[in-house]
Write a protein of this length. Structure first.
Length: 388
């Protein structure tokens, strides 16, 4: 597999680290860079690169090397990459992966190697609950969270008779479970489609036949683009309001265009969030990559900043795993979200917001930040985790 990026920016006159501390740190990032989900992986890798640039090529004061590899959205390749990082590259920490099924497959060998893994995207319920690990941290979400926010918002609005759709894999089931945890109204139908399905004609016909008051879906990356465009082209956008989670974002919206207008979604981050870390992140990301960042880039950026804070706290002694993990748990960094802390299961406690796709002054659709749907929200599985 090709290493897409390797960064080791060092100053020859750098201050020597404390005695016994490492002089450099190597981080492996595994994400999905090919296929329909490649737009997600590109955001993840770009966000991590920008964070490292903001840190002048160092993490916690140590010269940093970032290795980025593609899992091709296959669990077995994700495990292969993880093993390569651990055995050949001798990385000190891993960031990844993008899909829950891949992350679940990778965690075993990474945990056995007593290496920290920080998820910048996937947040499977298993790792939030009974299978939680002292080595696993999710700087993104628990997979139910956006759907919980949407379910809560729709419940508060007294919506009824909704049609639910998601891909048939771990995250898809988590999302629907999260939605129904807070939404108690009637459900017109519930469908799980194959993860690789790109033609939704049959399902769109079912929606029309059921005549719901609205539709809630989760489709990531390229699947999102296909679904939203087909939904609009079938004439359903004007008939049945579309509510989503992890579907429309700044990675997918440019390809969706006006077909996404009017759509309501939930999020943990928005480019309009008013804090200094976010303003710098959005401005520099847009200047460097010529497009707005999505949540994936924001989360990846935060993952590197979290790692920087922990390495700095242990004064470079990353081999002291208990101290290193304790420093990560404190999450002592300035998140682009503003509000962020870890729960006892190493998953985020944070605010969740509503967004709406509207037309901007330039005539292009954008995600307008809405109200807080859930404040200081954790996840439903933390009480099952035995970490102390």
């Amino acid at each position: 597999m090709k290493v897409l990026a390797a960064t080791g920016l060092a100053l020859s006159l750098a201050i020597m680290p404390p005695a016994g501390a490492a002089e450099s740190i190597k981080v492996g990032l595994v994400t999905t860079l090919s296929g329909p989900a490649g737009i997600i992986g590109s955001q993840v890798s770009d966000g991590a690169r920008l964070a490292l640039a903001h840190l002048n090529g160092k993490i916690g004061g140590l010269r940093a090397e970032l290795l980025i590899e593609d899992d091709h959205q296959k669990p077995d390749l994700g495990v292969e990459v993880a093993n390569k990082f651990l055995r050949s590259d001798k990385v000190d920490a891993i960031i990844g992966g993008t899909f829950s099924n891949i992350t679940l497959a990778m965690v075993g060998p990474i945990e056995r190697a007593e290496t920290v893994i920080i998820s910048a995207v996937a947040g499977p319920s298993q790792l939030a609950g009974k299978e939680c690990s002292r080595y696993f941290f999710s700087v993104s979400w628990q997979g139910d969270n956006f759907a919980e926010a949407m379910g809560s918002w729709l419940q508060a609005g007294h919506k009824q008779n909704l049609f639910l759709m998601a891909p048939n894999y771990a995250a898809g089931h988590d999302v629907i479970a999260g939605f129904k945890r807070y939404y108690k109204g009637s459900i017109a139908d519930e469908i799980f489609t194959p993860l690789g399905q790109l033609d939704f004609a049959a399902e769109l016909s079912q929606i029309h036949a059921r005549n719901p008051s609205g539709v809630f879906v989760f489709y990531p990356g390229g699947l999102a683009i296909q679904f939203v465009k087909q939904y609009a082209q079938a004439g359903l956008r004007e008939k049945y309001p579309l509510y989503t989670a992890y579907t429309v974002d700044n990675a997918t919206l440019p390809a969706m265009g006006d077909d996404a207008l009017g759509q309501t979604t939930a999020t943990l981050w928005n480019a309009e969030l008013d804090n200094s870390a976010n303003k710098r992140f959005v401005a520099d990301f847009t200047a460097k990559y010529h497009n707005l960042p999505a949540e994936y880039a924001a989360q990846s950026y935060d993952a590197v900043m979290l790692l920087d804070s922990a390495v700095k706290a242990v004064k470079g002694k990353i081999e002291n795993k208990p101290a290193f993990i304790a420093a990560l748990e404190k999450a002592d960094f300035h998140s682009v979200r503003g509000h962020f802390r870890f729960n006892t299961n190493h998953f985020a406690i944070q605010n969740l917001y509503m967004e709406e796709v509207v037309k901007g002054a330039d005539g292009k659709p954008y995600l307008k930040l809405g109200p807080v749907a859930m404040r200081d929200h954790g996840d439903a599985y933390a009480e099952e985790c035995t970490l102390k």
